[in-house]
Ligand binder design. Structure first.
Ligand code: ZN
Length: 356
């Protein structure tokens, strides 16, 4: 069983002035334990991660704590340190911190959930660390990894979900920044087989569009990272089944916007479903106007090559399931034909009634 370290286990460190705390390699620190160490100005290291940088004294100290004066988790090579500490990098780190704080304030992340990444070079990506609340992020927490997820710089350990971000960046060079979170309204759609409906609010159509849903896999694994591959060219927002949401853009501010847009939209749909009455959809040709505008903004959309009749394929009926394969629109010719015959039937009924 993995070691769980709580604030109580760390109480003896209060005011002692230790610079670092080395936890067993398999340990999990609770968010409040993390916060406590941060408040004490103590960095966390995991034993065995970088054995050469840990002196032999990295053993449990009196009271059961693992304390060491070891160097940072990743001692960067000079070229990596130069990039990591550059002015441009500092500015991006500050943007990432700002986004992290907004994710937490809007309750899009919980505990240590969520992560943020920004590509800074051909092979270098800045990312948030593991086991740190996004509400408490500081510039010093940010890590740098290569495109394979190996840590190049940063005193904290990089998020285990970085592979998801890297797969998107590798598959789509336009993806320079990714934001992953668990916003409750959009995530509610990710724990049902309902798809997020389209064609209800113009802003959603332009900035996000049709939302893809990738199948469930264990977070942090390679298999999980690969679930999004079919969707990252034609979508900028992907619901991760039974997990949360990932968005991407050419900068981190925009990737964050899409998170706000999708969650606000899902929230509105859920509220509307409680009002009663029928949902109304924008006419296909008007959606076509929005798609033209969107293309001009160089934003991806899976519907650019579709016929207008297929723009709004998924309708939302509260309480009814609405399966979607995410990437491909659910409406096929046969379902459009079926819909047309229903419309024809209703029209015939109305005409018959009027003729009486
Ligand atoms: Zn997650």
């Amino acid at each position: 069983m993995r070691t769980v370290i709580t604030v109580r286990d760390l109480a003896h460190l209060k005011g002692r002035g230790d610079k670092e705390f080395v936890a067993p390699a398999d340990a999990i620190l609770t968010p409040s334990a993390r916060d406590f160490l941060r408040a004490q100005g103590v960095n966390v290291l995991f034993d065995g991660e970088n054995a050469s940088s840990h002196p032999a004294s990295a053993k449990p100290a009196a009271g059961g704590a693992y304390v060491s004066t070891a160097a940072a988790v990743a001692k960067p090579k000079p070229e990596h340190a130069k990039l990591f500490n550059s002015k441009a990098s500092q500015a991006l780190k500050e943007q990432m911190i700002c986004v992290g704080h907004r994710l937490w304030k809007r309750e899009y992340v919980d505990g240590n959930g969520g992560n943020i990444s920004v590509r800074i070079g051909e092979n270098e990506v800045l990312c948030t660390p593991t086991l740190v609340s996004k509400g408490m992020l500081t510039v010093d927490d940010i890590c740098m990894v290569d495109m394979e997820g190996n840590q190049l710089a940063g005193t904290q350990k990089r998020t285990s979900e970085i592979f998801l971000h890297l797969e998107i960046m590798k598959a789509n060079p336009k993806a320079r920044a990714c934001v992953h979170a668990h916003p409750p309204h959009a995530t509610a759609f990710a724990i049902t087989d309902a798809c997020v409906p389209s064609c209800m609010i113009p802003e959603m159509e332009v900035f996000v569009g049709k939302v893809a849903k990738s199948p469930y896999e264990t977070p942090g694994t390679k298999a999980f990272a690969e679930t999004i591959l079919p969707f990252c060219k034609d979508h900028n927002t992907i619901l991760l089944q039974n997990h949360g949401v990932i968005t991407w853009a050419n900068d981190v501010e925009r990737a964050y916007w899409f998170m706000e847009v999708v969650d606000a939209y899902c929230r509105t749909v859920v509220i509307a479903s409680h009002i009663g009455g029928h949902f109304t959809y924008m006419p296909s040709e008007k959606v076509g106007d929005l798609l033209k505008l969107k293309k001009g903004l160089d934003l991806p959309d899976a519907r650019y090559d579709l016929k207008p009749a297929d723009y709004c394929a998924c309708e939302f009926r509260p309480g009814a399931s609405c399966k979607s394969d995410g990437d491909k629109p659910a409406a096929s010719d046969s379902s459009s034909n079926a819909m047309e015959s229903v419309v024809q039937m209703v029209t015939d009924e109305v005409m018959r009634a009027l003729a009486k």
